[in-house]
Design a binder for this molecule. Structure first.
Ligand code: DP6
Length: 325
């Protein structure tokens, strides 16, 4: 009853931003991501008869409090599924991602946890079923089950049975690069979970956000199919800006951006005015991810490194889905 799984992180080009059911983690809109090969989590789950509670280590440190509760509540979903309510586990994760700095560590984390748990329990799940379990740990994680380009179908049903991710193009379809630009490794102030709830509940701009989604999705999917980088990059960047605009219309208003975030955004714009195609996207934190084509790598990285606040750059190619050790 022991298994180890590795899951890559992902970056949304069309963002998931808002829930229609918080307990089941059902989103208000479809989202679309690229799986990243440079940011990942490896997790071992070991269920042991006779244990009286779960234990969780992250990067070899014992974890308590809310992060531990999220893991143990997630394992409860599997315990209910197999009808073994008193079967507890030792969970050990190594996160190759700067935790909680907006690099979607919860995405690779819950995808690896779900996959290792299912394997340790010898459940033979389809990717669709695994994605549904993973979704209940953290929404964006359900996309990390797959490699390549992935869409999370929001679904319509109240029980969440039609809310899961599907692959829309494999890893080999397109050799894009994504630079995760590290500006700060500090814990963020407002989690994505709290930020999206405050936005859904209070933002004057939330309806506008939802209204733009069908067009953005349709256009980006046709851009991915045609490997049209200008189209995909410009839609992704605009979608990110619309998501972040909703936070300014919340009550109280807030933003994930810092001065350094703006500095990188402006540098990406400058690259474009000088003829290099590069586009940014930002999740619920200050750090920026920059999309570009392989032939522009040297130019893009050299230019971004010149921004004072940049402490590190982690370059990813398009990654693959879950794997098992
Ligand atoms: C801005 O998946 O972290 O990164 O479902 O509450 O765990 P929960 O939220 P989470 O939210 C991610 C939000 C985002 C956009 C995205 O990844 O699509």
């Amino acid at each position: 009853m022991r298994a180890t799984a590795k899951a890559n992180s992902n970056i949304a080009l069309i963002k998931y931003w808002g829930k229609r059911n918080e307990r089941l983690i059902l989103p208000t809109n479809n989202s679309l991501s690229v799986t990243l090969d440079g940011l990942y989590t490896e997790t071992t789950v070991h269920f042991q008869e006779g244990r009286t509670e779960d234990a969780f280590t992250l990067n070899n440190e014992p974890i308590t409090g809310i992060p531990f509760e999220r893991v143990t509540e997630f394992l409860d979903i599997f315990r209910s599924y197999v009808g073994k309510h008193n079967l507890y586990a030792q969970v050990d994760s190594i996160n190759h991602v700067p935790t909680a700095a907006g690099f979607a560590s919860s995405a690779s984390g819950f995808a690896a946890l779900a996959a290792a748990t299912a394997k340790a329990l010898q459940l033979d799940l389809s990717n669709e079923q695994l994605s549904k379990f993973t979704r209940q740990g953290s929404g964006s994680a359900c996309r990390s089950v797959y490699g390549g380009f992935v869409e999370w179908e929001k679904g319509e049903l109240d029980d969440g049975s039609d809310s899961f991710a599907v692959q829309i193009a494999p890893q080999e379809h397109w050799d894009l690069r994504i630079a995760a630009v590290v500006l700060t490794a500090q814990e963020k102030d407002v989690s994505s979970r709290d930020g999206m709830k405050l936005t859904v509940d209070t933002s004057l701009f939330y309806d506008g956000w939802l209204a733009g989604i069908p067009h953005d999705l349709q256009e980006i999917k046709s851009g991915i199919a045609a490997r049209d980088f200008e189209k995909v990059g410009s839609i992704a960047e605009a979608n990110c800006l619309k998501m972040h605009a909703t936070t300014l219309g919340a009550n109280p208003p807030f933003t994930y951006w810092q001065d350094s975030t703006m500095a990188v955004m402006q540098t990406v714009h400058l690259l474009r005015t000088k003829g290099t195609l590069a586009y940014f996207t930002i999740d619920a934190g200050p750090n920026v991810k920059v999309l570009y084509l392989p032939e522009d790598e040297e130019q893009v990285l050299r230019t971004i490194r010149q921004v004072d606040a940049v402490t590190d750059i982690i370059v990813s190619k398009v990654g693959d889905g879950i794997s098992y050790q």
